[in-house]
Design a protein around this ligand. Structure first.
Ligand SMILES: *Cc1c(COP(=O)(O)O)cnc(C)c1O
Length: 378
């Protein structure tokens, strides 16, 4: 494989330390008592990342497994679920909730802006009889960041359980699970922690466990059944054989993250410089408010396709950026500046590749992205 720099908003670049950790000799994770302690230590590191004392589990499967498991385990047929929708992942929660029989209320917000807490407050003043609400911290397809603390605070006034997808924010943007009172916080391995795709992790509050334990009906799923994870350590029991090599990788990724004191400042600084260079070059950012520090989405200039751009970027310059999903496919371009991607030299290489690729496609920028980026970083 060529040494392709993957500047996509997940999966991100994987460090040498993490790759080496993944290649360690394995044990039998179901039978070796030491592995239960190893797993417990890894979840303790996740608790530091999430700033929580809540139970934290790791499941074998990509981020989507976490989203579905939270819905499968909390929702009983007929339960009222409030889905906050200001993006593709936010809206996607409605599909999972429907699948498990929820009575879904979709509260829509404009996609190019962060969720407006005042609108939520006004809505809830009229109708607030919900078992849970779902929303997304960072809408990865559009690069919009939602004010998670304010939203959670409002939902808590009505004792509505909160399920938050922070898959593409955790590790790049500060989160405070206990400080904010989030019931289920969802993350994934392949975004800001820069561990290969394959694991999802989550914290589960005592209120969420209570709601799960008080169900009148069985959970319709096995892989998605969180109840099986209750007291796994005391029982020395995992519902299925753990992906031990992936967990070794996650543990190494967490060590690297925990040792990185300037991690949030670096995300902020780089995200700001990326946005400034794109706008200085005459490109249009997609969000109008709520810019994420982990991913930047901007409009694909008229007359070129993502396929053409990606071909030149990857073949000639060995850098990959992403387009977007759903209705934004071939309309938005996205640079992932999270985790291992979030270093000045990697963004510089990306901006230079973009400068040259746009030039080859006959698209004239008002200024050089790479030059403005370097000025902004000084
Ligand atoms: C990456 C991501 C997920 C996981 O989904 P995939 O697209 O399958 O990687 C879930 N939620 C958000 C917000 C994500 O960015």
């Amino acid at each position: 494989m060529r040494d392709l720099l993957i500047m996509t908003p997940g999966p991100t670049e994987v460090s040498e330390e993490v790759r080496q950790a993944m290649s360690q000799k394995i044990t039998n994770p179901d039978l070796d008592p030491d592995f239960f302690d190893y797993y417990l230590h890894t979840t303790a590191k996740l608790q530091k990342l999430l700033r929580t004392k809540n139970d934290t589990i790791i499941m074998s499967g990509e981020g989507i497994l976490g989203l579905e498991s939270a819905c499968a385990s909390l929702i009983e047929p007929g339960d009222r679920v409030l889905v906050l929708d200001n993006g593709i992942f936010g809206r996607g929660f409605a599909d999972f909730a429907n699948l498990y029989g929820a009575d879904v209320e979709l509260l829509e917000f404009p996609y190019e802006r962060a969720i407006d807490p005042v609108k939520l407050q006004t809505y809830l003043a009229q109708d607030n009889d919900f078992k849970l609400a779902t929303f997304v911290h960072c809408e990865t397809p559009t690069g919009v960041l939602n004010p998670i603390a304010e939203i959670t605070g409002i939902l808590q006034e009505y004792e509505i359980l909160t399920v938050v997808d922070a898959v593409s924010a955790i590790g790049g943007i500060p989160v405070e699970v206990d400080g904010w009172g989030i019931d289920i916080m969802l993350g994934g391995s392949q975004k800001c922690l820069s561990v290969p795709p394959g694991l999802t992790f989550m914290s589960i509050s005592s209120a969420a466990w209570e709601a799960i334990n008080e169900r009148q009906t069985d959970i319709k799923g096995f892989y998605t059944n969180l109840k099986l994870w209750q007291n796994w350590y005391e029982k020395k029991f995992f519902p299925y054989t753990q992906a031990i090599s992936d967990i070794y990788a996650l543990d190494a990724g967490l060590d690297k993250w925990l040792a990185d004191e300037g991690v949030f400042d670096r995300h902020k600084e780089i995200a700001r410089a990326v946005r400034s260079s794109l706008t200085a070059a005459g490109l249009e950012l997609y969000p109008e408010t709520g810019y994420s520090d982990t991913v930047t989405a901007f409009c694909l200039p008229a007359g070129i396709s993502y396929r053409q751009l990606n071909h030149i970027m990857t073949r000639k310059f060995a850098v990959m950026i992403a387009d977007s999903l759903g209705q934004f496919g071939n309309k938005l371009l996205r640079i992932g500046h999270m985790g291992e991607n979030c270093y000045e030299e990697k963004l510089y290489r990306t901006m230079r590749a973009l400068d040259k690729s746009f030039h080859e496609l006959g698209c004239n920028l008002q200024q050089s992205l790479a030059e403005v980026f370097m000025e902004e970083m000084n």
